[in-house]
Every structure is written in structure tokens, then in C-alpha cells.
Design a protein around this ligand. Structure first.
Ligand code: PRP
Length: 539
């Protein structure tokens, strides 16, 4: 028996006893809710042909692929909606409308290495097919709200309408490539970069409105702010629609935990109307997500409007009051140790926070900022992202270099303007990288950044991961060039290397966990506004 035979594959796990009971409990509660509302259960195979998911680039990118016995490329289902769309175009081709379906099955995707995320997740959800308009949207949103209630604990349902974003992006006079970048940055919640990208267009109302998108969330008053941004006809219609939805949900007694988030633009090419997400206290990420997708089913032969949502039952079964972090009032700020630490402490002190614990920290890693309710944790840059992404820290201060290398899902809200440097390709000479036919060897502490830079150039390279003093690698013949951070340029100069190409500017960023942005909105917003004021004052 080999060593691996005693283990489960990476990012998968066995569930025992209480864990099974908790998960089964969530599944049963949700399934009973949906069956009670006239939805009927379907099960699709765990294995599908890869082509079923081709329409959704984000989903298909992280699929777990395998081959069937005939050598056809298949995958483990990464999502339940597309197989159900397939079902509607085939087995349910002649079924009377509307079709109400629910499912409770596993979905599979390859998580980022060592991210702590699981490859196998239990998802329970509904799809309402063949109905469009307010009544259908209200039915699904009410059910989403009741699903969150059924999970227990504090929760919030956020709604958006893709028409608002569509209208803004259509009103922006810019090259298609820029618009595509704007969409990608909003989807990734990289709002600091969004400001940089749109800076040349800020005379246009659409650009100003797109920059304001990240902060357009909260109660009904958000709709007024959004109207003032003159979003164009489609945008105004989207806002009117959201207002009507809110009225109707309030009348149904469901308004209390429903808010608007006009920056909720995920899968912009997939959804066609209302989009929504549900958050639960202590869960760190969205536990429910869904929306209207009127153009998806046509691909499978039955062109019908549809809407639905899925609940991450695995997450719901682990979170809540029993696990996760304590539900204290204050916020946790993860700060990158070293270079950014001093500048951040200076900024916090200038904002009036008591930073004495930071100044006299000794070996302590958890430090309160006086009695402000903010506690600072000190961590390595990549760990700051991990803590924020998992919701154990609400806010993080980290360099753009680490964000570009690690990726991840969080709000990148502010460019703090300090810790400035740049990513560059460096070598002894330009010829050392760009001559001859053989693939060059590139050393870097940032292999993803290096690889994506060369992919952009269409060049094959071999990347070698180095942990530090990267400038040494070309000197002793390990590589032809390096991709690294350049600040003053003196390390390169003193080692006979030069910048061949600048890759990207870097500075410190403030990042915020997606759920904290919503569930700890007041203290998080207060900190962001204070820092914004400070940055304005400092110019
Ligand atoms: C960074 C970077 C360069 C150097 C650039 O290294 O990797 O080596 O700073 O700075 P300069 O342009 O001002 O000379 P760091 O000091 O973080 O140490 P490391 O190389 O051991 O990671």
C-alpha cells in the first residue's frame, strides 16, 4: 500500500458523525422548504461533458477534468445550473411551464493551492424556469431570504440589477479592451485599480459612476444616490425595478435583512437581470448566490427565461454561532509585517488611534489600538490575504505585489500611496531575454506574475521559483532574467543588471473581506472614510 492510499485527494476530506449530522440537517431543512413550495427534485450525474460548462469561463477555468471510457473530455460538475439547463433542453423539452426544480448535490472545483478551500462542496438550490417578470423574481428572492432564515444566525441578502452596470459601461466612451478590464476589475472587486484605470476618463459621468459603484450599497437611499449619477435609460429602469422589488419584499415582511449592492457584478455575461448574494454572520464569504439568467437555456435547445440560486450547504453547516470567530463589535486589521508596518502605524497615529501597542509590541502579534475596538494582527504579506479572504480579519494592509501574485476574492478598496515600487523584468541585457529560439529561464519570487507577463507576450518560458535575493540567480547562471520588485533600482545596479521592461506599478492597498464589508459595515466604512480623508489631506 502506497503512502497516498491512506489519504483523500488534495482539498477533499472525510466527514464523520456531527459533521454529517450538521450537513444533513442543512440539506434537509432547505429541501423541505423547496419541496413545500412546489419545487421538485432532480439529480444530474456527477460527471458531465466539459462542453456543458463552456459558456461560463469562470466556472470552466477551475473544473476538475477527467476522461470517460470513450476518451471524451468530461468533468466533475462544477455548478448545478448548467446541467439543469441541459436537462430543460432535453428531457424536459415538452414539460409544461413554469418548471420549478430543486437539487441537493455536490459540486467540484479545483481551489487555489493551499487556500484552505475545499474541492467538494454540497450545494442545495432552486431553479424557476419559464417565467419572467416581477412575480417570478419575488418568488425566488423570498425563497432566498427564507433559506437564509432557515440557516439561522444573523444574515443579509443583497440585491443588484445587472442593467445598472450595463447602462454605465455602455455609456462609457472607451476602447472595448478598457471596458473589458473595467468589468473584470469590478467582478474581482479590485476597486483601487479601477480608479487608476478610469482616471483618464473622469470627465465622463459614466466613468465617475463606475468609480462610485463599490460604495453603492446599503439601504434604499442607495437608489437615490445611484439615480443622481445619471446612469442612462437602462440604468434608471434597473433602479426602478429594484425599488419595486424592495417595496414588494417589505410588504411580504422580508425587507429587514435585504439591502442593495449595485457593485455586485459577478458573472456579468451569465446573468441578465436581478443578481443577489446572501451572507451569514461569521461565514467569511457568500453562502448563497443567484440571479436571473434568461439567455442560458437557449444554448441547450429550449430558449426560456430562468432564475434561481444555490446555497453552499457545506459552508452553512460549519459556520454560524458554533464555529467561526466570536461576534464581537470591533474589527480586526491584518497588517503586513516589515516595510508597510511603520507607514501604516504613522497613518493610524495621524488618524488619532493609540498606536502604543504597535510601537512597543515585543514579540506580540495581536495588538489593540487603544480602546478603539480595532485590533491589529501582524502577519506576512501572503498571510494577510489568507486571513482577510477567510474572514478572520476584516481589513488588511498588503502590497499590490502580493495581491497580483496570490489573487483571491476580497474588496481592494484603497490605494494607500505608500510602499511604492514596481514589478520589472530585469537582466544583464535585453538580448539575454529576447534573442534566440530557446525558451528562457526566468527566476522570480512571484511565479504567477512572471508567467502571466510572458503569456501576455506569447513567449514560452521556464519559471524558477526563488525565495529571496533573486538578483543572484542570473549572476550565477541559474536563469537568463528575473521578474522582481524594483524600488530604488540600486540592487539591480550594484549587481550589473538593468530593467528591461516595467511590468506593473505597486503600492500598499487596503483590502476588505467580502462578508465584513456587509455585516460589519459601520466600523469598516468608518475606517475606510478616515483613511480616505487622510489620503486626501496628504495629497
Ligand atoms: C526587494 C526586491 C529586490 C529589492 C529591490 O527585496 O526583491 O531585491 O528589494 O529594492 P531596490 O530597487 O531599492 O534595490 P527585499 O529587500 O524584500 O529582500 P529579498 O530579496 O531577500 O526578498
Amino acid at each position: 500500500m502506497g503512502r497516498m492510499d491512506r489519504m483523500t485527494p488534495a482539498s477533499t476530506r472525510d466527514l464523520l458523525y456531527e459533521e454529517c449530522e450538521a450537513l444533513r440537517g442543512v440539506q434537509n431543512r432547505l429541501c423541505a422548504l423547496y419541496a413545500g413550495r412546489g419545487f421538485r427534485e432532480v439529480m444530474t450525474p456527477a460527471m458531465e461533458y466539459s462542453g456543458v460548462f463552456a459558456a461560463d469561463a469562470a466556472v470552466s477555468q477551475r473544473m476538475v477534468r477527467l476522461m470517460d471510457t470513450a476518451g471524451q473530455l468530461c468533468c466533475l460538475r462544477p455548478d448545478c445550473t448548467l446541467p439543469i439547463a441541459r436537462l430543460c433542453g432535453t428531457k424536459l423539452q415538452h414539460a409544461p411551464l413554469p418548471i420549478r426544480l430543486f437539487y441537493s448535490q455536490q459540486v467540484y472545483s479545483a481551489p487555489r493551492e493551499h487556500s484552505g478551500k475545499e474541492a467538494e462542496v454540497s450545494q442545495v438550490g432552486v431553479e424557476l424556469i419559464g417565467e419572467t417578470g416581477l412575480a417570478a423574481d419575488i418568488e425566488i428572492l423570498s425563497l432566498a431570504s427564507e433559506s437564509l432564515q432557515a440557516l439561522g444566525g444573523g444574515h443579509r441578502l443583497e440585491i443588484c440589477h445587472i442593467g445598472f452596470f450595463r447602462s454605465l459601461i455602455a455609456g462609457l466612451t472607451a476602447a472595448e479592451a478598457v471596458k473589458e478590464q473595467v468589468r473584470a476589475l469590478i467582478e474581482q472587486k479590485s476597486y483601487a485599480m479601477l480608479g487608476d484605470l478610469l482616471a483618464p476618463y473622469r470627465e465622463q459621468p459614466a466613468a465617475r459612476a463606475l468609480c462610485a459603484l463599490p460604495r453603492l450599497f446599503g439601504t434604499r437611499s442607495v437608489l437615490e444616490k445611484a439615480r443622481a449619477l445619471q446612469p442612462g435609460e437602462e440604468g434608471m429602469q434597473a433602479l426602478d425595478y429594484l425599488e419595486e422589488l424592495l417595496d414588494r419584499l417589505e410588504q411580504a415582511g422580508l425587507g429587514e435583512n435585504i439591502t442593495i449592492d449595485l457593485g455586485l457584478i459577478n458573472h456579468a455575461d451569465y446573468y441578465t437581470g436581478v443578481i443577489f448574494r446572501g451572507y451569514g454572520e461569521g461565514l467569511g464569504e457568500a453562502v448563497l448566490s443567484g440571479g436571473r439568467y434568461d439567455r442560458l437555456l437557449g444554448r441547450f435547445g429550449r430558449d426560456l427565461p430562468a432564475t434561481g440560486f444555490g446555497v453552499n450547504a457545506t459552508l452553512a453547516s460549519r459556520g454560524g454561532a458554533e464555529s467561526g470567530r466570536p461576534q464581537e463589535e470591533g474589527i480586526t486589521l491584518a497588517l503586513t509585517k516589515g516595510r508597510l508596518e511603520r507607514k501604516t502605524a504613522q497613518m493610524l497615529a495621524a488618524l488619532g488611534y493609540d498606536c502604543s501597542a504597535l510601537e512597543e509590541k515585543g514579540r506580540r502579534l495581536v495588538l489593540p489600538l487603544g480602546d478603539s475596538g480595532i485590533r491589529v494582527i501582524l502577519a506576512k504579506a501572503a498571510d494577510v490575504i489568507t486571513y482577510v479572504e477567510n474572514g478572520v480579519a476584516d481589513v488588511g494592509i498588503v502590497g499590490k505585489d502580493t495581491i497580483l501574485e496570490s489573487g483571491g476574492s476580497f474588496y481592494e478598496v484603497l490605494d494607500l500611496g505608500f510602499g511604492k515600487c514596481r514589478f520589472a523584468l530585469a537582466a544583464k541585457s535585453r538580448e539575454a531575454v529576447f534573442s534566440g529560439y530557446s525558451a528562457k529561464r526566468i527566476a522570480s519570487k512571484y511565479p504567477h506574475v512572471a508567467l502571466s507577463y510572458f503569456e501576455g507576450l506569447g513567449l514560452d518560458v521556464n519559471i524558477v521559483k526563488i525565495e529571496g535575493s533573486v538578483e543572484l540567480a542570473p549572476l550565477i547562471g541559474l536563469c537568463d532574467a528575473i521578474v522582481d520588485i524594483v524600488e530604488t533600482g540600486s540592487t539591480l545596479k550594484e549587481n550589473g543588471l538593468q530593467v528591461i521592461e516595467e511590468i506593473a506599478p505597486i503600492s500598499a492597498r487596503m483590502i476588505v473581506n467580502a462578508a465584513s464589508m456587509k455585516l460589519r459595515q459601520q466600523p469598516v466604512e468608518r475606517l475606510i472614510s478616515q483613511v480616505e480623508d487622510y489620503l486626501r489631506r496628504e495629497g
